[in-house]
Design a protein around this ligand. Structure first.
Ligand SMILES: [Zn+2]
Length: 229
């Protein structure tokens, strides 16, 4: 991976608070599916859950709120609204997540809900969290995720394998974030701010030799994983 040092400024480390920003729409959706599978006589009872409002949903299983919710924005009263083109980026990202969701369901034989722990950041929100101006989150090209019932390590490797086998389109960046230091999520970046897809597989972790957090390329990632095992 060339020029790793310069990558450091492209992405900020998220706070633990931001890590907990995920919401429960995905789980609510799965409960809705279960409700639809129960016996017909029970189905005839009006469901307590309100019908889906199409405007709330980016795709079948992901809501706009999941991509736009930000505790920082809420706390500081900042708007986190995407422009029309940023909305298109988020739609592309949600489409990619739908493919991932289907592949995980196929592999594990059950629905593996995907939690978005951090999605889009408007200019104001990005500034408030100290994000780089070129962060892929800034333009709706990236989101950080977890998968219910899977370790972050397993999720990162499943995604890696799906890409390697051509089941999922290549990403600009797949980053396993900070496994040794409490950061437990996978960063999925579809393209960078210039529209490039660089196919970078990275680990963001403490780099002892540099005495700071740094991106480590996939070759080093395998070494680090061996050490973690
Ligand atoms: Zn990220």
């Amino acid at each position: 991976m060339e020029n790793l040092e310069t990558l450091e400024n492209q992405e900020i480390e998220l706070t633990k608070t931001e890590l907990q920003e995920c919401d429960s729409h995905e789980l609510a959706c799965d409960n809705l599916t279960k409700a639809a599978m129960i016996a017909p006589e029970i189905q005839s009872i009006p469901a307590p859950i309100a019908a889906k409002n199409p405007e709330d949903w980016v795709t079948e299983n992901f809501t706009w709120r999941e991509f736009l919710h930000s505790q920082t924005a809420e706390r500081l009263g900042l708007k986190n609204e995407p422009t029309a083109s940023e909305k298109q980026n988020i739609q592309a990202l949600a489409g990619w997540f739908e493919k991932l969701r289907a592949l995980l369901a196929e592999k594990y034989g059950r629905i593996i809900p995907i939690r978005i722990t951090s999605g889009f950041r408007s200019h104001a929100v990005n500034r408030a969290v100290g994000g780089a101006p070129t962060s892929a989150h800034r333009f709706g090209n990236a989101a950080d995720i977890q998968a219910v019932g899977l370790s972050v390590k397993q999720l990162a490797y499943d995604i890696f394998e799906f890409i390697q086998s051509g089941k999922l389109p290549k990403l600009d960046q797949l980053i396993r974030e900070m496994p040794r230091h409490g950061g437990q999520w996978v960063h999925i970046g579809l393209k960078n701010h210039n529209g490039a897809v660089r196919n970078q597989i990275l680990l963001y972790e403490w780099k002892a030799s540099a005495a700071k957090n740094a991106y480590i390329s996939v070759a080093a990632l395998k070494k680090v994983e061996t050490n973690l095992a």
